[in-house]
Design a protein around this ligand. Structure first.
Ligand SMILES: *Cc1c(COP(=O)(O)O)cnc(C)c1O
Length: 407
């Protein structure tokens, strides 16, 4: 056999990766858990258009209604005129503009930290921070319901990742006590993205301090929504840099733009500037987005009515859901209001019935959430009217018995 014939024979024995991937996708679709993209044809604010039909959108993370705010749009356009669309380079190689510096300073001031550093997405910010901070063999302790990118960041860093049951601080303490010598980082969502409840940040911070561990909070769903002037769940809990040395949050939710930041001491930010590979080797955040985000922060800080309206709507939704016998998540008190259905197909059925009634509330299914905990993830926006929330509650009450009886 010639060398080429031999290598061809070998190649034929090898599993084709695309084929394997396609089979995995088919297997997932077969059990009713397939995912496919749908094109949103139009719709701003609380409206969304699918297949030519306008629905009321209860699925957006644009909690304050800033994604289409005139001041934010104007800042984006003006920013593009002044600085161009793309940054043209990574931050360290000429991409870092004055607007990036202003944005980082505003973020530091807002969150009460010495400094901040922007990234192009929350996923990249968490990967960058975790891989810079953690070395192989370090301990990283995470709530079971943390966002996927916190888990992936710890894994990529080669740290020993231990997950504790949602909110189980006794377990967290035991995990730390079992390995009191190892450098340790506790990482937690501030507000949990699929359950909508808040982490007990004060208790976690006390536990971390007593045991010499560092604490990192991902406040993707708290920034803009909670705390004085919307400074987030860490500010709402009154925790400074000593208790929460690593604070991360995104621009893609309440701020209505895209990107993310990490805030903390000068030492942390200098370290990230050197070692966060997703910062160093990635094109800087598009300058118009930095302009738009700065404008969004100004609106979020001063227009307190948006936070107040959001809190009012959340209370209204919870009262109405309780009165109608819908299954709420106990401690979810903000704009994320999941209704736990259980079976994935039942959640899909309910989502379709709601769409027919004019509401977009997608079903969230495994593996995004644990098997048996499929849900409708209702999210509220400051731009919703109380009458719209009421109409959603009525539609939910009409269709809820069908799926829960079948369950
Ligand atoms: C959305 C989200 C992220 C990722 O942020 P992106 O900017 O969308 O990449 C990280 N953490 C949490 C908790 C999130 O909800």
């Amino acid at each position: 056999m010639t060398a080429t014939a031999g290598s061809r024979a070998l190649a034929q024995r090898r599993i084709d990766l695309i084929e394997r991937l396609a089979q995995a996708a088919q297997a997932r679709a077969h059990v009713g858990l397939g995912r496919r993209l749908r094109v949103r044809q139009a719709g701003l604010g609380t409206r969304i258009v699918f297949d030519g039909r306008e629905l009321l959108n209860f699925a957006s993370n644009d909690y304050l209604g800033l994604a289409a705010h005139p001041a934010v749009i104007a800042a984006l356009i003006e920013g593009a005129r002044r600085d161009g669309v793309g940054a043209g380079a990574a931050h360290l190689l000429g991409g870092h503009r004055a607007i990036h510096e202003q944005l980082d300073e505003a973020l530091a001031a807002w969150t009460g930290r010495a400094r901040a550093l922007s990234f192009s997405s929350g996923w990249l910010a968490n990967l960058g921070a975790l891989t810079a901070l953690l070395e192989p063999g370090d301990l990283c302790l995470q709530d079971q319901l943390n966002h996927a990118c916190l888990l992936d960041g710890a894994r990529l860093a080669g740290a020993t990742l231990k997950r504790y049951r949602h909110g189980d601080l006794d377990r967290l303490a035991r995990l730390l006590d079992a390995e009191s010598e190892r450098p340790a980082l506790i990482a937690s969502d501030g507000v949990f993205s699929m359950d909508g409840d808040r982490a007990p940040l004060v208790e976690i911070a006390n536990l971390a301090t007593a045991r010499g561990a560092s604490l990192m909070v991902d406040d993707a769903h708290g920034i803009g929504v909670l705390g004085p002037r919307g400074a987030g769940s860490v500010a709402a809990a009154g925790l400074g840099t000593t208790q929460v040395p690593v604070l991360m949050a995104t621009f893609g939710k309440a701020l209505g733009t895209s990107g993310a930041f990490v805030a903390g001491s000068a030492a942390l930010i200098d370290g990230l500037t050197n070692f966060a590979r997703s910062f160093v080797y990635s094109t800087a955040l598009a300058p118009p987005l930095a302009h738009a985000t700065l404008a969004a922060i100004r609106v979020a800080q001063v227009e307190a009515w948006r936070r107040e309206q959001l809190a009012r709507l959340a209370r209204h939704f919870r009262r109405g859901a309780q009165a109608r016998g819908l299954a709420l998540v106990a401690d979810a008190d903000g704009p994320i209001q999941p209704l736990i259905v259980g079976a994935a197909d039942a959640a899909l059925t309910l989502a379709r019935a709601l769409a027919d009634a004019g509401f977009y509330v997608p079903a969230i299914r495994p593996p995004t959430v644990r098997p048996g905990s499929a849900r409708l993830r209702v999210t509220l926006s400051a731009l919703h009217r109380e009458s719209e929330v009421e109409a959603l509650l009525d539609a939910l009450a009409r269709h809820w018995p069908q799926v829960t009886d079948a369950n």
